[in-house]
Ligand binder design. Structure first.
Ligand code: ZN
Length: 498
């Protein structure tokens, strides 16, 4: 029986998350259906609701409610989880003075505008002073929040609670040691795919129908979710019963929408798999961005770009899209697994992608602790890029100016993308061990057993475990590069014939 102090605390927690959910719906609408002239009013609506949510969190009354349940020290895991995670959010919020938060908001607004122009005109020097200022403020944030080893940990904690840069570095170092030669072997391999197959005409309406069907087969519940169109695809979950996915359709490049939908539906299944009984509390929330990304990447790559998946779906694709008639299953599977070092992270394939992240992680850490000066970023970027991917960016626009993150003050976020890939491979290997017929199921278009396994082992736990605990619990080992590398080798060696 929950205590009255706990009930009062949970009521406040749910108010905060309800405000956040309203914010998410407004943002979803802004990206999908809002007419352009609604932008100004929407900004005011979003600012108000975000402010209200923040006020409720830092409210003294909330602090008191939190302290009261901490006093009771109830050992129930649900209580322990909700109290621990709200304490973490509360401390992060109250440790940052309002004037610092406002100063960051002003700085990044200017930095973002400067970044857009600097990228367009390819002049890093114009962005450099803004980046200096952003770093200065983020160092202050890290100091205020506190850390034991290095400032980077305090920033990464926002996205991957409990993660340590030193542990991430260890996994990334091992990964780099094996990945660089693998990329070279693929590049020099005797057999190469024909990516032209991917650009055959595919009407948007048929893409939408096909994508919806695959998402439904994955177990995405369209009675508790939607799929719409936006310029930048995303998944927004306000409760397990209302999950919004978006995609975009390129009529000359079907993989963008198909793998995009599988990716976002992977995120969506996680949101729908959370326990509705705990909605609005940490027990009903996802663990971290890295764990979230493991779900999307697993469906997109380990399932969606696999041979068993296409054994079932390729004949269906051909029936819907006449332009793919006469293409063999082998050629198709090879083409969707085209690996090629390229400059732009968001366009990278699953093999080279992590190298883009390793580079950013390394530079961010150096920038934050002062080992790297902002003016030296372009040279450091290019040198590192050459070492990792064998290419030298021709311009800063396709090098160190390509991502929006730093201009928005988002540091410590990039590693979660690569962590997602590593976790995905670890989880999938565990799923294969637990479900010996998994590949057979997938080859018959039966995708539900995997969803059930993920729901049971990952989704339903909410934030009960931190990412590193969850990985240990589900796979029996800590974060490692090994499963991911094993997956890549097993897949790409036979494809490319080396
Ligand atoms: Zn994602």
């Amino acid at each position: 029986m929950p205590s009255s102090a706990y009930e009062a605390f949970i009521t406040r927690v749910k108010e905060i998350s309800t405000a956040r959910a309203i914010e998410a719906v407004l943002e979803w609408d802004q990206e999908t259906y809002m007419p352009p002239r609604g932008a100004e009013q929407r900004a005011a609506q979003l600012a108000l609701i975000a402010g209200l949510a923040h006020q409720r969190l830092i409210d003294e009354a909330f602090g008191a409610a939190l302290a009261a349940v901490e006093q009771e020290a109830d050992p129930d895991p649900v209580v322990v989880t909700n109290v621990r995670e709200m304490r973490r959010l509360f401390d992060r919020a109250v440790k940052l003075p309002t004037d610092l938060v406002q100063e960051i908001a002003r700085t990044v607004a200017l930095a973002k505008t400067a970044w857009v122009r600097a990228r367009k005109e390819n002049r890093f020097a114009d962005f450099a002073p803004h980046l200096e200022r952003v770093l200065e403020l983020k160092r202050t944030v890290a100091d205020k929040i506190g850390y034991t080893t290095e400032p980077y940990d305090a920033l990464m904690d926002e996205f991957e609670p409990g993660a340590r840069a030193a542990d991430v570095q260890k996994a990334f170092d091992e990964l780099k040691r094996q990945l660089v030669p693998l990329v070279r072997a693929i590049k020099d391999a005797p057999r190469q795919p024909n990516p032209e197959l991917l650009t055959r005409p595919a009407p948007a309406a048929a893409q939408a129908a096909f994508g919806r069907r695959v998402a439904a087969d994955m177990g995405f519940d369209f009675e508790a979710g939607r799929l719409d169109v936006s310029a930048h695809p995303f998944c927004s979950g306000t409760s397990p019963l209302d999950v919004r996915l978006t995609t975009r359709y390129d009529e000359n490049y079907l993989p963008a929408s198909l793998f995009g939908i599988m990716h976002e539906a992977g995120h969506g299944l996680y949101e729908q798999g959370l326990d509705p009984a705990h909605a609005g509390t940490p027990m009903g929330n996802s663990v971290s961005l890295g764990i979230h990304e493991s779900q999307s990447r697993m469906w997109e790559n380990l399932v969606g770009r696999s041979r068993p998946f296409w054994a079932h779906y390729f004949p269906k694709l051909q029936a819907e899209f006449p332009s793919f008639a006469g293409v063999s299953l082998e050629d198709w599977t090879f083409a969707i697994n085209t690996v090629r070092p390229s400059y732009i992270r968001v366009e990278a394939d699953e093999v080279t992608y992590n190298l883009h992240i390793l580079l950013r992680f390394d530079l961010e850490r150096q920038l934050l602790d002062g080992r790297l000066k902002v003016r030296d970023v372009p040279a450091a970027w290019n040198e590192s890029f050459k070492a990792l991917l064998g290419l030298t960016p021709r311009t800063d626009a396709e090098g160190c100016l390509q991502d929006i993150h730093w201009s928005m003050g988002i540091l410590g976020y990039f590693p979660t993308y690569a962590l997602g890939n590593l976790y995905a491979a670890q989880f999938f290997r565990a799923a294969q061990r637990a479900l010996p017929d998994l590949d057979l199921h997938i080859a018959r278009g039966e995708l539900r057993p995997l969803r059930e396994w993920l729901r049971e082992n990952i989704h339903r736990h909410g934030q009960r475990y931190r990412a590193h605990e969850l990985v240990q619990l589900v796979t029996g080992e800590p974060l490692t590069h090994a499963a991911f590398f094993e997956y890549l080798t097993k897949k790409y060696k036979p494809l490319y014939g080396f």
